[in-house]
Design a binder for this molecule. Structure first.
Ligand code: GTP
Ligand code: SPV
Ligand code: MN
Length: 617
């Protein structure tokens, strides 16, 4: 008999979905081991069981998972934010009237777990003893999802204890249903702190603690309660003096967060400490500064392009596996070595290779665009953050780390310079609100088209972005010593489509410039005096931390970037730093279209900034 709100909720979901068994997860190693065994034996998804054991010499306790071929990415068109009013969801979200939405999904959930086990997972987002952490419960019928959630969250009885007899926990109901994309919905009910997801087993659609709660629902909670939930990495950058400054970095999906979060600097004396690679919760700390925690405990990373050369710390993380299993999803399989393989992992594909669907891999059918890659372009691996050799000592710190700089970035072949710095907080918020990026395979849509993606949050902001921008602007009066705001674009190309900047580990040179900019400003309180006051103080002179004032903000000359150690082409760097006025005129037109959707709700301050930019361009 149910006595607590949690027990009552679980009972109701069981009555709806009608599983054969209900299993309450305790989060123990023993339980994990048993669930992996279950996944190795039955529950077929792709061409083999849920899990396929990989070579422990490559990565101990690691498994390949092949998903349904139609279930390989987030499905933004099937994702809904169901506030009571459409206005609150905003033009940036799909919306359904909440009771209508419930009607749609309840029909699909009815009896969907017949013949299956229902797993009830109590977990925390954030360190258990953090004032910012949130207790949650997710229900699922997928073993793959349970194991993934064990890697990605803090699961166990302590979450149950924290919930106790209260009703204040975040609820997630998930079923893979029959994996039919026509019967797939990811429904959010922010008022009820509830997510209902059916028809997909894919990461962001199915691990409801991740994008669904920690960004969509949490961003709305932050709006009401005065904090921020962001699609951001959290890193510490240590300089040769041994000082560590903490940065946040927001990039759209598959645009370089993980690689920046585990960066192994090529510059002597620098070190990057990892705290998070996808989500940050940002609060005003006791001293008035912004502090960030990463609510997750694992990485769910894009596999293609990950190699010893591009991301040695991630390869180390995979080899180092001490905690929980590591899952490889939709990668290829090197048959002789029984190891996962993906494009960019090693130079040549192995001799005997299966593709991500388990078919024999055939290199290029000849016609461009027709060859099937071995790994799905959005193939991923799920691995515990505690394996990471660069994990920051502050990772479990309940109040998080104080933030000195925020980096926003996108994937742009043209238009956007390699790096620039905003004049001040409000100008930074403006520049972040007009960000654009080329779409990637992380979601099912046309790939490679530029779309506006403010703060890299377009698919993740759980309410009207006009209010979200205002919320960001308001931190000017809520917080002290606000971080500097920077923008980067690692993906600019020349006429032939070659990257102008080597990227990856060399990005430390850009981080160094940022650190020097912060040092030079003495991390003094900012804002107040307004753009011009701050500008005169920091823009003077070049050399270390040099920059010139442009319509976009402060941009370094090529000579302001430390190229010591060699190998970097200064001329290409110059091109990467250029502003092309014609391209920016087009860019501004697109921003005007984007802004116009928000009507009167858009803060006037942002419109003013856009007018100013238009004039100066
Ligand atoms: P999500 O997990 O979807 O949020 O993605 P992410 O932002 O963490 O992206 P990730 O770091 O996994 O990178 C995505 C792709 O971009 C990979 O194929 C990388 O190899 C590539 N990439 C990352 N950093 C750079 C860079 O500095 N330069 C270039 N050219 N490519 C990069
Ligand atoms: C992203 O798409 O931004 C990811 C992967 O980080 S997912 O968890 O699916 O959202
Ligand atoms: Mn992401």
């Amino acid at each position: 008999m149910a006595t607590t709100p949690l027990e009552k909720w679980v009972e109701e979901q069981a009555a709806l979905t009608k599983p054969d068994n209900v299993h309450w997860c305790d989060g123990s190693d023993e339980e994990t081991r048993k669930l992996v065994e279950t996944g190795l034996k039955k529950e077929k998804t792709g061409k083999h069981n849920t899990f396929y054991q990989l070579n422990p010499a490559f990565s101990p306790n690691s498994y390949l998972h092949r998903s349904h071929p139609s279930d390989v990415a987030r499905t933004e068109h099937l994702t809904f934010i169901n506030h009571p009013s459409k206005e609150l969801a905003g033009p940036n979200n799909n919306w359904m009237e909440p009771s209508k939405a419930k009607g749609v999904v309840n029909k699909l959930f009815d009896g969907c777990m017949v013949g299956r086990t229902m797993y009830v997972m109590p977990y925390m987002m954030g360190p258990a003893d953090s004032p910012y952490a949130k207790p949650c419960v997710q229900i699922t019928d997928s073993v793959y999802v349970v194991i993934s959630m064990k890697i990605m969250t803090r699961m166990g009885a302590f979450a149950l204890k924290r919930i106790g007899s209260s009703d204040s926990f975040v609820k997630g109901l998930h079923s893979i249903g029959d994996l039919d994309p026509k019967k797939r919905y990811i429904m959010h009910f922010p008022d009820e702190r509830l997510v209902m997801s059916i028809g997909s087993g894919y990461g962001g659609n199915a691990l409801l603690g991740k994008k669904c709660f920690s960004l969509r629902i949490a961003s709305y909670m932050g709006y009401i309660e005065g904090w921020l939930a962001e699609h951001m990495i959290v890193i510490g950058v240590e300089d040769p003096e041994g000082d560590i400054r903490y940065f946040l970095g927001a990039f759209p999906s598959a645009c370089g967060k993980t690689n920046l979060a585990l960066l192994a600097p090529t510059l002597k004396g620098y070190k990057v400490w990892t705290l998070g690679d996808d989500i940050a919760w940002i609060n005003v700390g006791p001293d008035g500064r912004l502090y960030a925690i990463n609510p997750e405990t694992g990485f769910f990373c894009v596999a293609p392009g990950t190699s010893e050369k591009t991301n040695p710390m991630m390869i180390e993380t995979l080899k180092n596996n001490k905690f929980y299993p590591t899952l490889f999803t939709n990668t290829g399989l090197d048959v002789r070595n029984n190891t996962p393989w993906w494009e960019g992992f090693t130079g040549e594909p192995p001799a005997e290779l299966l593709d991500w669907q388990g078919d024999e891999y055939k290199a290029g059918t000849g016609k461009p665009g027709e060859e099937k890659p071995a790994a799905h372009p959005n193939s991923r691996f799920t691995v515990s953050i505690y394996n990471c050799p660069t994990l920051s000592k502050e990772f479990d710190n309940p109040i998080g780390v104080p933030i000195s700089g925020i980096i926003f970035g996108g994937r742009r072949q043209r238009t956007v310079p390699l790096v620039y710095e905003s004049f001040d907080w409000a100008h930074g918020v403006f520049l972040a609100s007009i960000m654009g990026s080329e779409t990637t395979t992380a979601a099912t849509h046309q790939v490679g088209v530029v779309r506006r993606d403010p703060m890299a949050m377009l698919p993740f902001c759980g309410y009207n972005m006009a209010g979200y921008f205002r919320h960001w602007l308001n931190f000017r009066s809520k917080a002290k010593n606000l971080p500097k705001i920077f923008f980067v674009n690692w993906f600019r190309t020349d006429e032939d489509g070659n990257y102008l900047w080597p990227g990856f580990r060399e990005n430390c040179r850009i981080l160094k410039w940022m650190v020097d900019r912060i040092k030079k400003s003495g991390e003094a309180p900012r804002g107040g005096a307004g753009a011009t006051g701050g500008r005169a103080a920091v823009a003077a002179g070049s050399g270390a931390a040099g920059a010139k004032e442009t319509p976009l903000g402060f941009i370094p000359d090529a000579s302001d970037i430390d190229l010591s150690g060699g190998g970097i082409d200064g001329n290409k760097l110059k091109d990467a730093l250029r502003i092309n006025r014609g391209e920016w005129q087009k860019e501004i037109e697109d921003v005007e279209k984007f802004y116009s959707q928000f009507g009167e709700a858009l803060p006037q301050e942002l419109k003013n900034h856009l007018e100013k930019l238009k004039k100066s361009i």
